[in-house]
Design a protein around this ligand. Structure first.
Ligand code: ADP
Length: 536
């Protein structure tokens, strides 16, 4: 299987993994989101149901109490003697029927006369009640469809006051054996209903788990505290008796509960969002890392190929001229000298290359150690240039060194001599390598050429008149293993580590390196080194 296939498989695997992670994260997010809201709904439902149960129970209690009182009164009358009910009820003195204020018996004929009128506490107000019953309440009763002996209720406001009456039809057996129809009306006193019944179902607000009140059909509170609109409120009508009113129940702290739920939901949603962000960030980081890894692997492979190639060429030359000399057939002394000098210089190149690779390896392992000492920078540069001279001459290129002795220039700086020399050699060799066919490479040493320079730095400029560097490449040529587009096109030998070494050396010195275009064409590399050495 080829390397291309393998990397394609690796890429497919990465993408499958990434897609799976993203899908899993999305599913997780959706499920969590939905569960949060479902839980919330279940919680709300539970509170609602409990409240409803409470309301049901209370409404039932009140309803039942009134109906029981009605039944008790109805039971007082012997069959067919309803007229006795009023009297007997009076005789009871209010026991069993605490809410009843009046029991009134009408002759249920066209005249509707009052046959009996009993009041719990007789008073002048009874006359008003009598009138109200005769004039307004009795006409409002729904008697046409009411079977004999069946109880019905009327609950209605008269002049703004709610009146609750129970009524039923009954037959009175007269002494002559005939019967007359009666209408029995039981009036439940509003205050007594409140006192005896509602007060029992509206709990003490300080200890209760729910607040309860009673409102009329227009929502006005008739009993109990007001309930705030924001609360969860369950309303329940009294089914048979006080049907114009509703009982309302709000769980205490329902707004607090809602607040808490809102806060919890917010927290859960934030955590969910955060996890999604982390997953996405993780996936992006993973993708970037694998892409970077792949790129580095490719570059490394190229590097090995390039270095082997660079080693092979000088070795081949050394071997060829060495063998020539060994045969002893080289005629002139001059030729012999020339061959020997080639051998020496090619070995020097080999040494330089190997040194470069070794230094690079040290840098890569983070083991590059620098030894800073005061040294004469123009002297170091001169020695570096000398090392390149033979190579330049064979290419027909002159190396021109110029020391700029302008006013605030100090020759001596705190540097690592060997490292700085290596950096300069790399720059000069590149200039020779990438600017073939030109006649001169200039190496300038001096103070930085920027206005306001304070003499704290020394600059080394390597100026060639070659083809220059593609603007796209300018950012990247200092990366390890990176080789410019033109280098590849024109088959210039190299390994892509030279400038990354330069960058490292400069960084270690606390300086910087930049490349710009030489006016009129070509590249100018500028090393800027602080005289005082690297910042501690
Ligand atoms: P190498 O020379 O082995 O390729 P370097 O790190 O020394 O590696 O250089 C990186 C790239 O920078 C080169 O491949 C080349 O494209 C470009 N480069 C460096 N110096 C010059 C120069 N003086 N002129 C043009 N291009 C250059």
């Amino acid at each position: 299987m080829g390397g291309g296939d393998e990397s394609r498989i690796a890429r497919v695997r990465t993408w499958i993994l990434v897609s799976a992670i993203v899908v899993a994260a999305v599913i997780l997010a959706v499920v969590t989101y939905r569960t949060t809201f479902q839980l919330e709904a279940i919680r709300a439902q539970a509170v609602f149901e409990a409240t409803l149960g409470l309301a049901d129970e209370k409404v039932d209690r009140v309803d039942r109490a009134i109906v029981e009182a009605d039944d008790a009164i109805m039971a007082l009358g012997e069959p067919r003697r309803p007229d006795d009910v009023a009297r007997r009820w009076r005789a009871l003195g209010g026991r069993q029927t605490p809410t009843v204020a009046h029991v009134v018996i009408f002759d249920n004929s066209a005249t509707r006369e009052i046959v009996a009128f009993a009041s719990r506490t007789p008073s002048p107000a009874d006359d008003a009640m009598r009138l109200l019953l005769l004039r307004r309440i009795v006409p409002d009763l729904d008697l046409s469809t009411l079977p004999l002996g069946q109880i019905k209720h009327l609950h209605r406001a008269y002049d703004g006051v709610f009146i609750l009456v129970t009524y039923y039809r009954a037959e009175q057996l007269r002494p002559d054996g005939t019967t007359r129809e009666r209408l029995v009306i039981i009036h439940h006193d509003r205050d007594a209903v409140a006192r005896e019944l509602l007060e029992q179902v509206v709990p003490d607000p300080r200890s209760a788990t729910a607040r309860v009140n009673v409102v009329d059909d227009e929502g006005r509170v008739v009993f109990g505290p007001p309930l705030s609109k924001s609360d969860l409120i369950v309303a329940k009508r009294f089914p048979t008796t006080l049907y114009a009113w509703r009982l309302q129940v709000a769980p205490t702290a329902s707004s607090e509960l809602a607040d808490k739920a809102r806060r919890r939901r917010l927290l859960e949603m934030s955590l969910l969002a955060l996890s999604c962000v982390v997953v996405v960030a993780g996936v992006v980081a993973l993708l970037l890392a694998t892409a970077q890894e792949r790129r580095l692997a490719a570059l490394r492979g190229e590097f090995v190929a390039n270095v082997s190639h660079e080693l092979k060429t000088p070795l081949a030359l050394v071997r060829m001229f060495g063998e020539l000399l060994m045969t002893g057939r080289v005629a002139s002394d001059e030729k012999r000298k020339q061959y020997l000098s080639i051998i020496v210089h090619e070995s020097e190149r080999l040494t330089a290359l190997i040194e470069n690779v070794l230094d690079f390896a040290r840098v890569e392992r983070g083991k590059a150690a620098y030894d800073f000492a005061p040294a004469d920078v123009p002297g170091i540069v001169a020695r570096a240039v000398d090392a390149c001279r033979y190579r330049a001459e064979t290419e027909g290129i002159r190396l021109e060194t110029k020391v700029d002795d302008g006013a605030p220039f100090q020759r001596e700086a705190l540097v690592d001599e060997r490292a700085l020399q290596l950096a300069v050699i790399n720059l000069v060799e590149n200039a020779i390598k990438y600017a073939p066919g030109t006649d001169v490479v200039k190496i300038e040493v001096g103070p930085p050429r920027v206005s306001g320079s304070d003499g704290s730095h020394v600059e080394v400029r390597v100026v060639d008149r070659g083809p220059g560097i593609d603007p796209d490449d300018r950012q990247r040529i200092f990366e390890r293993f990176y080789r410019g587009k033109r280098a590849g096109e024109r088959q210039v030998r190299g390994s892509g580590i030279g400038l990354s070494l330069v960058q490292h050396v400069v960084d270690a010195h606390g300086g910087d390196v930049a490349v710009r275009e030489t006016p009129g064409g070509g590249s100018t590399f500028v090393l800027k080194i602080p005289i005082a050495g690297p910042p501690s």
